[in-house]
Each structure stands twice: as structure tokens, then as C-alpha cells.
Design a protein around this ligand. Structure first.
Ligand SMILES: Nc1ncnc2c1ncn2[C@@H]1O[C@H](COP(=O)(O)OP(=O)(O)OP(=O)(O)O)[C@@H](O)[C@H]1O
Ligand SMILES: [Mg+2]
Length: 255
């Protein structure tokens, strides 16, 4: 599976950090990795130093004018190939309904253009809303990663997602493979272990064994427009995202 969506409807839980550094870890293995920014806040785009001049340089171009995905891809210093976002991307939620053809639009485009093959993994970063954009990302993916920052509200967000996925899977007629990922984990805090226990009780084998530590280098790297591997390759954060990729590869979640 090589189209991976990173989503939690709770904000600030490490979605962008995870999408960025998972794609960067894929690049380190010699793959040509793509990062699609489906968040009109455009954090993934700005960290990797790409700008959409107008909404037409984003997936809005696909929705409005059927623009091919490959036309929108931009090269970055990180070597992740990025389709950027722009504030105008938020129009997708207002302009189009939530009909099946609309929420399946990205899926069809990815299939038509043969993304997600073994040598072209795609990591999709979402905004923290279950709207048309995130639904597209969920419908298109072969695997969903739900980051949970080690606090109780973030866990609540994950429990809500499970309910939403149950409803979506009735439409999709397939179960979406998923992994719950503990982020910002600080083992000195009792709460972190409480959250881990609760999440493991609830989601069992779908919880990643790898936990992403609270790490100052991970917090610093967005402001420096760098992935963790560019900014601090020997940091705990770099180690954790490398380990996450190895885990996802070895259990077949990513091919
Ligand atoms: N493991 C970590 N250690 C330290 N800081 C982190 C870690 N993961 C993320 N952060 C920081 O936490 C903040 C929120 O992370 P991030 O932007 O990845 O969350 P998000 O879920 O994408 O947020 P949004 O919902 O707004 O898109 C950022 O400032 C980021 O640098
Ligand atoms: Mg984000």
C-alpha cells in the first residue's frame, strides 16, 4: 500500500509533522515520494518551500478544471515532490457537494495517473475537518495513519474518527487499513502512559509500536523549512520517524 493519508479531526496533533517526515523517510530509502497538501493552511507546502500561485496550482485545479495531478507537482529541496495547497483550496468544501463522485475524485485521478505504485508512494496531509477534502484523502488512500498526541482530547478525536470511518466504510464497502500513532510522547509524564494504555485497549494491534517522542528538533524544523532528516539527522525525532517507516514496511502497511 503506498497511498497513505494522515488524518485526525483534532488540530495540532502532528499530522503535518508525520506526513512530512514519513515522506522524507521514504525518500531516504531511494523512493520517489510525493506529498499532497490537502490543507488550505498550506503548512506542508510552506515547510517544503513551495508556493501555489493560485488555487489552480492545487487540487482545486483537479476539481474545477480536471487538471492532471502531474502538472501540479513541484520539486523541493527535501526531494519530496509536492502538490501544494493555497487558501483558495478551501473553496472545494463550499463549491462541491459531498456526493460520491465528488469525494471519489482524487481516488480516480490517482488511479488514472498510476500514482501509489511501489516506486511512487504518496503521503497526503489533511486539514482537521471531515469535509470534502479530507473525505477525498480517505477515499483515495490504501492506508490511514491517525496521529494521537499523547493527551486525552486527542484520544477523543481518534474515537470520533473510528465512528466516522464505520459510516464511510459502508459506502466504500471495504475496511480502510489504519494505524494509530502516538505523537509528542513524553515518557516522563504519567498522562502519556495512561493515554497509551487507553489507546491500546481500544485499538489493539492497530496502534503503532513506534511512538514519536516529544522532541525539540521536530518542533524547530518547520521554521527552518526542513524535514527532521535535513535539520537534525541524529535526533530522537529522526530516529523515531525512521523506525516508524521500518515498522510500516515490515508489517506490509506500506509496500
Ligand atoms: N513530536 C513532536 N515533538 C515536538 N513538537 C512537535 C512534535 N510533533 C509536532 N510538533 C509541533 O506541534 C505543532 C503541531 O504539529 P503539526 O503542525 O504537525 O500538527 P497538525 O495536526 O498538522 O496541526 P493542524 O491540525 O493545524 O494541521 C507544530 O508546531 C509542530 O512543530
Ligand atoms: Mg497540519
Amino acid at each position: 500500500m503506498t497511498i497513505i493519508t494522515v488524518f485526525n479531526q483534532k488540530g495540532g496533533v502532528g499530522k503535518t509533522t508525520t506526513a512530512l517526515n514519513l515522506a522524507a523517510a521514504l525518500v531516504r530509502t531511494g523512493r520517489v515520494a510525493y506529498g499532497f497538501d490537502l490543507d488550505p493552511q498550506a503548512h506542508l507546502s510552506s515547510i517544503t518551500g513551495v508556493t501555489a500561485q493560485t488555487g489552480q496550482d492545487t487540487l482545486l485545479g483537479l476539481f474545477q478544471h480536471n487538471r492532471p495531478l502531474r502538472e501540479m507537482v513541484q520539486e523541493t529541496a527535501s526531494q519530496i515532490k509536492i502538490i501544494p495547497a493555497h487558501t483558495e483550496l478551501s473553496k472545494v468544501d463550499a463549491l462541491f457537494g459531498k456526493g460520491f463522485n465528488v469525494v471519489n475524485r482524487l481516488n480516480i485521478a490517482l488511479q488514472t495517473e498510476s500514482f501509489g505504485k511501489k516506486d511512487t508512494p504518496v503521503v497526503i496531509d489533511c486539514n482537521p475537518i471531515i469535509g470534502v477534502l479530507s473525505l477525498n484523502a480517505i477515499f483515495a488512500c490504501q492506508g490511514l495513519i491517525v496521529p494521537i498526541s499523547a493527551d486525552h482530547l486527542s484520544t477523543k478525536g481518534a474515537l470520533q474518527i473510528e465512528k466516522a470511518l464505520d459510516a464511510l466504510e459502508k459506502v466504500l464497502k471495504r475496511r480502510i487499513p489504519r494505524r494509530y500513532l502516538l505523537t509528542r510522547f513524553d515518557g516522563r509524564r504519567r498522562m502519556a502512559w495512561d493515554v497509551l494504555q487507553l489507546v491500546e485497549e481500544h485499538f489493539g494491534d492497530e496502534v503503532c509500536k513506534t511512538k514519536i517522542s516529544e522532541n525539540v528538533s521536530l518542533a524547530e524544523s518547520p521554521a527552518l523549512n526542513m524535514t527532521i532528516f535535513e535539520h537534525a539527522p541524529s535526533s530522537r525525532g529522526a530516529h523515531d520517524y525512521d523506525e516508524l517507516l521500518q515498522e510500516l514496511l515490515s508489517d506490509g502497511f506500506i509496500e
